[in-house]
Design a protein around this ligand. Structure first.
Ligand code: SF4
Length: 339
């Protein structure tokens, strides 16, 4: 569900450009790598299974080959994408093979960051989190669209998971990697949604304090399971609910960002814009997450990794200054000492 949004950001056409091997419209230092196509789930709001058909995984060898080529071309960060990432391998290997794939990719020399986009929460294989924890070049980041938190809505959306099960999953993931950045995506205004469902969703956000949240308003698509339901939430009301939910997240995001002031992060320089360098930490994906505005007296190279110290924090973005090697060691010792 996140995928069309990401593609829109890059002015890419879903049907034409995802059929090929990869998107080529990204800067040279990062790339999206599709590991499977299609989806076997039946989420009531989603047209992807109709458009893309059943889940088809690419073999591990072919993905590794593609990743090695990307690294040879200068790519340092790969975002793995799929309609349902965690189903990977069940069709061709008869087992969930994402952990195996991740280990193979993490072995590639020169591949500094591997990032996971679009994990389905039901039957989530926790071994994936073990691999993320163990391999230093896999970002401590997980994009897991949950869509809603009210059991009534989850059932109507045919998400095959309950709020209690989502609670357990989030706790289990954070028990394994407390610092992991959890991104989720939600839908406001699904047919039949009441204000009590919205309140439940807001309460869920307060409870779990996700690091990143994206929200869509429900769109009534012909051919989907939900098309037979009455699209009974007015567009204005959908927008209002989406905004209400985002306001909750905005506060959470601000508080989380404030805690980063003074800390040092490895950051990739994505671009130079209006005389400023814009980068990202491992806890942020390109285009959809926080940016770090880097102040540097010396010129930086787009695509290089630098160490920065956070100096200012806003609702969704950060400001930072470049850290010199010697200072970095001392600061890191200090950070270690206060943990
Ligand atoms: S998991 Fe659900 S939302 Fe995601 S692509 Fe499959 S059917 Fe669509």
């Amino acid at each position: 569900m996140e995928l069309p949004f990401l593609l829109k950001k890059f002015d890419a056409d879903y049907k034409a450009e995802l059929i090929g091997e990869r998107l080529l419209s990204t800067p040279q230092h990062y790339a999206y790598l599709k590991i499977s196509e299609g989806c076997n789930r039946t989420c009531a709001f989603c047209a992807i299974p109709l458009m893309r058909g059943q889940h088809t995984s690419k073999p591990i060898e072919s993905i590794v080959w593609e990743a090695e080529n990307l690294v040879r071309m200068g790519v340092k960060e790969i975002m793995l994408i799929a309609q349902e990432l965690t189903y990977y391998g069940l069709d061709i290997y008869r087992k969930r093979a994402l952990p195996d794939l991740l280990n193979r990719l993490a072995d590639i020399n020169g591949l500094e960051w591997i990032r996971l986009h679009s994990a389905y929460p039901s039957k989530f294989p926790l071994e994936v989190i073990d691999v993320i924890r163990e391999r230093s070049n896999i970002c401590k980041y997980l994009d897991m669209p949950l869509q809603h938190a009210s059991d009534d809505m989850l059932r109507c959306m045919r998400r095959q998971i309950t709020r209690a099960e989502m609670n357990d999953l989030i706790h289990a993931i954070r028990d394994k990697i407390p610092e992991i950045c959890l991104r989720t995506t939600l839908i406001a205004g699904f047919p039949g949604e009441k204000q009590k469902d919205v309140e439940e969703l807001k309460e869920f956000l307060q409870e779990h304090r996700f690091d990143r949240v994206g929200i869509f308003t429900y769109s009534h698509e012909e051919g989907t399971g939900a098309f037979d339901l009455e699209d009974d939430v007015l567009p204005k009301e959908k927008e209002k609910r989406a905004q209400e939910i985002m306001e909750v997240q905005q506060e959470i995001s601000y508080e989380k960002n404030q805690k980063k002031i003074g800390r040092i992060f490895k950051t990739i320089v994505d671009k130079k814009e209006a005389g400023r360098y814009i980068g990202r930490t491992e806890f942020d994906s390109a285009e959809v997450d926080n940016e770090v505005i880097i102040r540097s007296a010396e010129p930086l190279t787009v695509g290089e990794f630098v160490q920065v110290k956070i100096t200012q924090a806003y609702d969704f973005d950060l400001e930072a200054e470049l850290v010199q090697e010697g200072i970095m060691e001392t600061e890191q010792k200090k950070q270690f000492a206060v943990r």
